[in-house]
Design a protein around this ligand. Structure first.
Ligand code: S3P
Length: 421
């Protein structure tokens, strides 16, 4: 894994640039917007709500309609596989004076929505899901009242949903969470001129604080970078540079853990790209030791746990991951998926209700494995396959397009890859 690996743009930041751009007054020009299936779902959704979105070269221009300028969608809004699209949009639509229906694919239709439905109702929203609060979601938007929310779990999607609803509510709305989750919404709102008050893990916005359109450049996604950082740590002769990767501390727990495991990772040229910190990340072959991962760091590396589990199979000693039961309600049950599939490759890995235990190091062997329809599982298995003896075949790998379409262009730089359509 040598040389420069330019990974795709940040998915979370891309969703927020589109959505906050839609609610802004004036134009938002976005450079390096991620063009993945999830972000296409958000782009389609805001277009359905009457927002102009144009692509010119590397720029996407969103013609914001202001907080109260959206138009009702003709028909349902299909959020595809994207929990971020559904949950953030639900907050926005709860405060619009029209009806909306949000649907999703099979995976999204299994994911819990009570975590947004119940607090939005407390703000006066008329919103329902299926009998057990799964999608599709029906919203009869209208007047909302600001409220102080205390979330039982750290979730950036829920926090962002409620803060966006707060912009449409009377009075102030605050959200506190038990540990810090990614703060891209707070940063982006602040960058668009909204006054977001932050006190520890509590964030407050006021109704009708109108965002103003701006220029945004999206950093490379640390969650996508993590696959190649881990590959560089594990494959002999590696020395890789990944330029302009987002290093927001609410996202970079994986770098902390991999370093604590012995990973040679350096941040070069640390700087700000608009509201987000970035750096060029350098990673090289390292000897890893097992680690204990639990507590407040877990929300800061939640999406990187599948690839951390791959790293743990090559580390000496035991790696224990706890306090991560949220993994069970991601695009797949990621605890069950990664344990089952790495197990097929010879890893010593056991599930726990809230995480897993990996015993390393083990020599992985190529196997027929399955993505469980989950992009991060597919990519973690591809990196595991590049370490393993023999051939690994990943079925359902097309879901990689959900977050990181460029992955299949970078992987052949250090692994032999056949793509079978
Ligand atoms: C995201 C938040 C996280 C993360 C997801 C993206 C976001 O989900 O797992 O991939 O962009 O806000 P939760 O809010 O459910 O923890």
């Amino acid at each position: 894994v040598r040389g420069r690996f330019v990974v795709d743009a940040d998915k979370s930041v891309s969703h927020r640039a589109l959505l906050i751009g839609a609610l802004a007054r004036g134009a938002t020009r976005i450079s390096n917007l991620l063009d993945s299936e999830d972000c296409r779902a958000t782009r389609r959704a805001i277009r359905q709500l009457g927002v102009g979105v144009r692509e010119t070269g590397d720029e996407t221009i969103v013609s914001g309609r202001g907080l109260r300028g959206l138009a009702p969608a003709a028909g349902e809004i299909d959020c595809g596989n994207s929990g971020t699209t559904m949950r953030l949009l639900a907050g926005v639509l709860a405060g619009q004076p029209f009806e909306s229906t949000l649907t999703g694919d099979v995976s999204l239709s299994r994911r819990p929505m009570d975590r947004i439905i119940l607090p939005l109702r407390e703000m006066g929203a008329r919103i329902t899901g299926s009998e057990d609060s799964r999608p599709p979601i029906h919203i009869s938007g209208g007047d909302l009242t600001g409220k102080s929310h205390s979330l039982p779990i750290a979730s950036a999607q829920v926090k962002s949903c409620l803060l966006l609803a707060g912009l449409l509510a009377s009075g102030s709305t605050s959200v506190s969470e038990p540990a810090a989750s990614r703060d891209h919404t707070e940063r982006m709102l602040g960058y668009f001129g909204v006054d977001v008050e932050t006190d520890g893990n509590r964030h407050t916005v006021r109704g009708d604080d109108q965002p103003l359109g701006r220029e945004v450049t999206v950093p490379a996604d640390i969650s996508s970078a993590a696959f190649f950082i881990v590959a560089a740590l594990l494959l002999d002769g590696s020395d890789a540079i990944l330029p302009s990767v987002g290093t927001n501390p609410t996202r970079s727990g994986a770098l902390e853990v991999l370093r604590a495991m012995g990973g040679q990772i350096r941040l070069l040229d640390e700087r700000l790209l608009g509201p987000e910190p970035v750096a060029d990340v350098q990673a090289g072959r390292s000897r890893l030791e097992g680690a204990l991962i639990r507590g407040e760091i877990v929300p800061r590396l939640i999406d990187e746990i599948p690839i951390i589990a791959v790293a743990a199979t090559q580390a000496s000693g035991k790696t224990t991951i706890a306090d991560a039961s949220e993994l069970r309600v991601k695009e797949s049950d990621r605890i069950a998926a990664i344990v089952a599939e790495l197990g097929k490759m010879g890893a010593r890995i056991d599930p726990r209700p809230d995480g897993m235990v990996v015993d390393g190091p083990t020599r992985l062997r190529g196997a027929r494995v399955d993505s469980h329809g989950d992009h991060r599982i597919a990519m973690a298995l591809a990196i595991a396959g590049s370490l393993a003896d023999g051939k690994t075949t990943i079925s359902g790998a097309e879901c990689i397009r959900i977050s990181f379409p460029g992955f299949v262009r970078l992987l052949p730089r250090f692994a032999m890859v056949d793509v079978d359509e």
